[in-house]
Ligand binder design. Structure first.
Ligand SMILES: *Cc1c(COP(=O)(O)O)cnc(C)c1O
Length: 396
């Protein structure tokens, strides 16, 4: 039998083994390299490394072996040529914009994106001459109509937070390329275990590793995945110069997270599916938002584009904010926190937390009602999560 090449490995094999070059110590688990700089065997070698004539480590703001292991593994999982790891999800987005845009350029973004991303675009990038327009995630015609000659980049998350709307990634990448734009997808909610945007035509994938890649709520980090040219040259250039690099300790945590990513994402999705179906039958619930339900407007697209629906479920309770707060406060197991992608189920009231800074009109137009509750379904026994939510619903 011929030797099986790494490119032919299955997803879980890559998630567990890609990137580790074992040292002469013979360690089984990936080593952490807590070193800020690296030494050279001679002055000539130092000169060759600095000039770029010879590859190798110089300084940990540029490269670090533990961080590189995480980068190679995530690139292999997303199907990208190159990954650069960052100190947070937000710095991944910032470094991407700094690397690929300049004053006068225009970003066209989905309206339903992470709150800090909206602030980064509107408050900070605008100061440097980069304008941003916003459109409805699922309305392909609206995207097309809003593209300007200066538009360089289309930006989206799918499924969206908290309403789990699903974008047509293949359709949007065709549109982007027809207009000479790049498509950037924040793949935080699905991770490569459930969705691989590069395979659907996207140019760049962004991650907040803080969420499902870690999966246990332990540390902050991010990543950008794409081609050698865009990510290996432009985005990496910003990283090594401006410095929001990932620490080797956090890279190690994310490496351990990736090993179980596929199992966890399937389990999050399974628990979420069961809860969403149960919630849909409850009299106190007006509407459930979950891509795995046939009642979801983009159910067919989601099932074709994603391996599984993911772990985010939102629902409207009858009675507005007082009812939503009463439900949340009656739970005993669920954590009241806006974080997601954890083994622990979290529950939040978007209108007064993550989306509290929007005006009531903006919230209405984004479909975020006062009775909306979001749960990021964790990996506890699903019967216990359900009983906890039932306690909440019974309080109404
Ligand atoms: C959390 C999050 C981010 C930001 O990531 P940090 O690691 O908190 O900086 C970006 N996008 C999405 C979709 C997120 O959920």
């Amino acid at each position: 039998m011929g030797e099986q090449r790494e490119e032919e490995w299955g997803f879980s094999t890559r998630a567990i083994r890609t990137g580790h070059r074992r040292t002469p110590e013979g360690e089984h688990s990936e080593p952490i390299f807590p070193t800020s700089s690296f030494v050279f065997s001679s002055a000539a070698e130092a000169a060759a490394r600095f000039s770029g004539a010879e590859p190798g480590n110089i300084y940990a703001r540029f490269t670090n072996p533990t961080v590189r292991c995480f980068e190679e593994r995530l690139a292999a999982l997303e199907g990208g040529e190159r990954c650069v790891a960052t100190a947070s999800g937000m710095s991944a987005i910032l470094a991407t914009c700094m690397g690929l845009l300049q004053a006068g350029d225009h970003i066209l973004s989905s309206r339903s994106i992470f709150g800090s991303t909206t602030i980064l675009f509107n408050k900070y990038l605008s100061r440097f001459g980069i304008a941003t327009g916003f459109v409805d995630l699922t309305d392909l015609a609206a995207w097309e109509a809003a593209i300007r000659p200066e538009t360089k980049l289309l930006f989206l998350e799918t499924p969206s937070n908290p309403l789990t709307e699903v974008a047509d990634i293949a359709g949007l990448s065709e549109l982007a390329h027809a207009h000479g734009c790049l498509l950037v997808v924040d793949n935080c909610f699905c991770t490569p275990a459930l969705q691989r945007p590069l395979g659907l035509g996207a140019d760049i994938v962004i991650h907040s590793a803080t969420k499902y890649l870690d999966g246990q709520g332990r540390s902050i980090g991010g990543a950008v995945v794409g081609s050698h040219e865009l990510v290996g040259e432009e985005v990496f250039g910003v990283l090594r110069t401006a410095g929001p690099t990932l620490s080797p300790f956090n890279a190690w945590i994310f490496l351990k997270g990736l090993e179980t990513l596929d199992l966890r994402m399937q389990a999050h999705s399974r628990n979420a599916q069961r809860l969403a179906e149960w919630l849909e039958g409850r009299s106190q619930v007006e509407r459930v938002y979950f891509p795995g339900l046939p009642s979801h407007p983009q159910h067919a697209l989601a099932m074709q584009q994603q391996q599984a629906p993911g772990g985010i479920v939102a629902f409207d309770v009858k009675g507005g904010q007082p009812a939503a707060w009463s439900l949340i406060d009656a739970t005993r197991i669920l954590s009241i926190t806006a974080n997601l992608g954890d083994t622990k189920t979290t529950i939040t009231h978007p209108a007064s937390t993550t989306h509290g800074r929007l005006t009531p009109e903006e919230r209405r137009s984004s479909g975020i009602g006062n009775g909306l509750v979001r749960i990021a379904v964790g990996l506890e026994a699903v019967e216990d999560i359900q009983a906890d939510l039932e306690r909440g619903l019974d309080s109404l």
